[in-house]
Design a protein around this ligand. Structure first.
Ligand code: HEM
Ligand SMILES: *[C@@H]1O[C@H](CO)[C@@H](O)[C@H](O)[C@H]1NC(C)=O
Ligand SMILES: *[C@@H]1O[C@H](CO)[C@@H](O)[C@H](O)[C@H]1NC(C)=O
Length: 317
């Protein structure tokens, strides 16, 4: 009998703990039923005008989730006393396109449902819509995240792997967030859209041994051996503005733009998955959607933690 009660108590605690932290796609169905269409509409206008805007928002979602969880901490501006995340680590020097677009979406969501929807959830929805508007899959986004009241500027430098990372470092960085090497392989497919600066891929196209010679020669045209750090090249030169499996079709011929990209197909542990995605676009789409949900589940604030920020750039006063 005592064992039964103990078991029941443990089960209750497990379920209670779980439902507390659990996100759900219907979270705003009563409090803000139009949120999904408002976000979709705003993202559609922005992405039709400029496909890079979709890529920028997708990257922001990843960078937010990897630093203190998916809590919109990335969106906070610097204050006189607290450096934010957006100017540190790999975020430094990035264009403001994504942040400006999130602000525009937030303004429209606030007009429909004041004080209800977190910036962290808006970012999760906007990232999903970016992928779908660029031709990729769609999925139901679990919602109910709340917004951080402080940034973590040191986390950006330590927790986000850089373009010179090798495969063990990439796997370790994802494992540190509870994500598998298959998640790493699938989520890296986000590099089927968007652009990188010459500074991010110079050593790759001048020095790497595993780069396709014709691809390297072509990339060297736009990325000089010195200077021109900010010249841009598409991460997927095959189909730059399209969310498809072109990224993996590049990798299997040695045409990954970043050193870290090509590490996924360099006689290592995820070669087989890369080969699968390069040949089977549906397998990539399904895995990408599932991994985006797992990425979105990284340490969200829920319940009464954090707040619903009114302006994504600053904590409520
Ligand atoms: C696996 C480790 C990753 C590394 C080392 C990495 C690194 C980079 C680098 C260096 C750039 C170019 C930045 C620049 O030169 O300005 C970039 C761009 C981008 N990354 Fe990643 N990334 C990784 C994973 C991801 C993931 C998981 C996502 C999303 C799910 C993502 C989405 C993007 C997008 C969409 C862009 C293009 C942004 C734009 O055009 O403005 N990346 N990434
Ligand atoms: C359209 O995209 C361009 C960049 O390509 C940007 O400068 C402009 O602000 C965008 N316009 C709108 C309405 O989003
Ligand atoms: C900031 O991120 C680092 C790296 O993940 C972590 O060790 C640290 O505890 C975080 N700081 C705060 C204040 O959350």
């Amino acid at each position: 009998m005592a064992v039964f009660f103990l078991a029941a108590a443990v089960l209750f605690l497990l379920l209670a703990g779980r439902s507390d932290a659990q996100l759900s796609p219907g979270f705003y169905s009563a409090s803000c039923p139009t949120v999904e269409s408002v976000v979709r509409q705003a993202m559609s206008q922005a992405v039709m005008n400029d496909t890079r805007a979709g890529a920028a928002v997708l990257r922001l979602f990843y960078h937010d989730c990897f630093v203190n969880g998916c809590d919109a901490s990335l969106l906070l501006d610097d204050t006189p006393t607290t450096p934010g995340e957006k100017g540190s680590g790999p975020n430094a020097g990035s264009p403001t396109t994504g942040f400006d677009l999130v602000d525009a979406v937030k303004t429209q969501v606030e007009a429909a449902c004041p004080g209800i929807v977190s910036c962290a959830d808006i970012l999760a929805l906007a990232a999903r819509d970016s992928v779908n508007l660029l031709g990729g899959p769609s999925w139901a986004v679990p919602l109910g995240r709340r917004d951080a009241t402080f940034p973590n500027s040191t986390g950006t430098a330590t927790d986000l792997p850089g373009p010179d990372s090798d495969i063990p470092a990439l796997i370790a960085a994802f494992a540190a967030k509870g994500l598998t090497s298959r998640d790493l392989a699938a989520l890296s497919g986000a590099h089927t859209v968007g652009e990188a600066r010459c500074a991010s891929f110079r050593t790759r196209v001048y020095c790497d041994a595993n780069v396709s010679p014709s691809f390297a020669a072509q990339q060297q045209q736009g990325c000089p051996a010195s200077g021109g750090d900010d010249s841009l090249a598409p991460l997927d030169a095959l189909t730059p503005g399209e969310f498809d499996n072109g990224y993996y079709r590049n990798l299997v011929v040695g045409a990954g733009l970043l050193h870290s990209d090509q590490e996924l197909f360099n006689n290592g542990p995820v070669d087989g998955v890369v080969r699968l995605y390069s040949a089977n676009a549906d397998a990539f789409s399904a895995d990408f959607a599932a991994s985006m949900i797992r990425l979105g589940n990284v340490a969200p604030l829920t319940g009464t933690s954090g707040e619903i920020r009114l302006d994504c750039r600053k904590v409520n006063s």
